[in-house]
Design a binder for this molecule. Structure first.
Ligand SMILES: [Zn+2]
Length: 487
């Protein structure tokens, strides 16, 4: 066959194919429009009762939508229909709608817990968004609790949600926590950790607690099983594991210490996982008389993103016989908590504001800027005592970076000439009486560093000025250079 004849044959085949398809489409349209065109002989409206009667009764424990939505987890031997029913019967409270709370609440909503409450008194800030994944750019300024609930509701509308806008306090803790079966501590400060643990002991709620900072995280399941105070078979509480709070000035917040988004995300996801395991295992199933699985021995899970083996687990002991909260001799009561007699802030100590310098030992950011501009040749030293990661992002021109952690533990260098005490971070070229100014992030560490430098003898008995810049780099940005990135 010559090429032209071959091409013509192909075209004829395609035309005949298209004509068949066209006839088929006409037939389908005809069938679709036929009832409207040719009404049936009897025009009575369909009887809903008859239609319902014709439909077989729904006789399964979950709804049709639930079988579809939760099908992938229903087929797991560890869950099954019984586990899903336990999830649906469970009410879970997430305290903290931040980096831990966002993924934890999202996975619990996704898994189909019956009720999910979120407690948070803060509003969404732009600096939250890199890790607090349920909040969006459009939600900056909104209440975090509302924002997280809205995210979860969009994910799974079958769950009943409650948004508690406000911080958990000793006064409101009982009322907020009581309706729930299980609590997740997704907060980031020791004050709230002790409060949440105490109310969980008093109300006998299991508690999944996690924390994350920089590239590390930790996770522990507490109060499991949630036995009454003094019952040794109960799981340890937060105070059993950490009887004393960390020193207040050693507590780094995510703002100061930094945090990598996926690190806190990992810990939040693990909290949801532990919560689901507890619920499916029956820990919240108060109505059931079926014997529960014995609680796994408590373990502290440590995560380090930079370690060769990122997960480590440390076995924990049970309840401490002398625990302030859960021991037989404990004086912790709901009435005492409600009355506000327990001061958690005082117990954990107050880190800020530091005030150890006299007014004449401090200058403002504006005053330091005046020195730079009015006496440009004047020899002096500006020590920036922030950690080097902060310093590398942005600093005042001419500043030398010596982190406070270095100054704090550095002793005076041994020198035969006690008239001129030397420490290695002070340039030898600096004249003996040249002033030393100290700046930090917000003006706390700079005071402590100034004090330390004087203790090292660098003040030469008052001959040399050593002082700090009030308000630190935050004040510098506000008063002098608004373009300075502040981290
Ligand atoms: Zn305890």
């Amino acid at each position: 066959m010559d090429p032209i004849a071959s091409q013509a044959e192909q075209l004829r085949r395609r035309i005949s194919q298209a004509e068949r398809e066209l006839r088929d489409l006409h037939r389908q349209l005809d069938e679709l429009e036929a009832p409207a065109r040719d009404p049936p002989a009897h025009q009575d409206a369909p009887d809903p009762a008859a239609a319902a009667a014709a439909r077989p009764e729904w006789k399964w424990p979950l709804s049709e939508e639930e079988y579809v939505r939760y099908g992938r987890q229903l087929v797991l031997p560890a869950v099954g229909v019984e586990g899903q029913l336990r999830l649906r019967a469970a009410a879970v409270l997430v305290v903290g709608a931040g980096g831990l709370g966002c993924p934890a609440a999202a996975y619990l909503a996704g898994a189909g817990v019956g009720a999910l409450g979120v407690v948070d008194g803060d509003t969404v800030e732009a600096s939250n968004l890199h890790r607090q994944i349920a909040h969006g750019a459009a939600g900056v300024g909104a209440a975090k609790a509302d924002s997280l609930v809205a995210y979860c509701r969009a994910l799974n509308p079958l769950v009943a949600y409650a948004s508690h806008r406000g911080h958990l306090t000793p006064e409101n803790a009982e009322a907020v926590v009581s309706p729930y079966d299980l609590v997740l501590d997704c907060t980031d400060h020791p004050t709230s950790r002790y409060l949440i643990s105490d109310i969980c002991v008093l109300l006998r709620k299991p508690l999944v607690s996690a924390s994350a900072l920089r590239t590390d995280g930790q996770l522990i399941v507490l109060n499991n099983p949630p036995a009454p105070q003094g019952e040794p078979a109960g799981g340890p509480c937060y105070r059993c594991v950490f009887p004393k709070p960390p020193p207040a000035d050693g507590v780094l917040s995510c703002g100061e210490g930094g945090i990598l988004g996926p690190v806190v995300g990992v810990m939040g996801v693990l909290q949801a996982l532990e919560a689901i395991k507890l619920i499916v295992g029956g820990v919240c199933d108060r109505a059931s008389s079926a014997p529960r699985e014995p609680a796994a021995p408590p373990g502290l899970l440590l995560f380090s993103a930079t370690a060769a083996a990122p997960f480590r687990s440390v076995r924990m002991r049970g309840r401490r016989s002398d625990c302030f909260a859960c021991s037989a001799g404990s004086s912790l009561t709901l009435g005492g908590l409600r009355s506000g007699s327990l001061d958690y802030v005082q117990f954990c100590g107050v880190a800020a504001p530091v005030s150890v310098l006299a007014p004449e030992e401090r200058i403002s950011a504006t005053e330091y800027n005046n020195i730079l501009t009015e006496q440009p040749g004047r020899k002096h030293l500006l020590l920036d005592v922030r950690e080097k990661e902060h310093f590398k992002i942005a600093s005042i021109p001419g500043a030398i970076n010596v982190p406070y952690s270095t100054i704090r533990f550095r002793n005076r260098a041994s020198t035969p000439d006690s008239e001129k005490p030397q420490v290695e971070y002070i340039p030898e070229s600096l004249p003996a009486n040249a002033a030393i100014y100290v700046v930090c992030r917000v003006g706390n560490d700079s005071q402590l560093a100034t004090r330390r430098l004087k203790e090292l003898g660098l003040g030469r008995n008052g001959e040399r000025f050593i002082g700090d810049i009030k308000g630190g780099m935050q004040a510098w940005k506000r008063e002098v250079d608004y373009t300075m990135p502040f981290t």
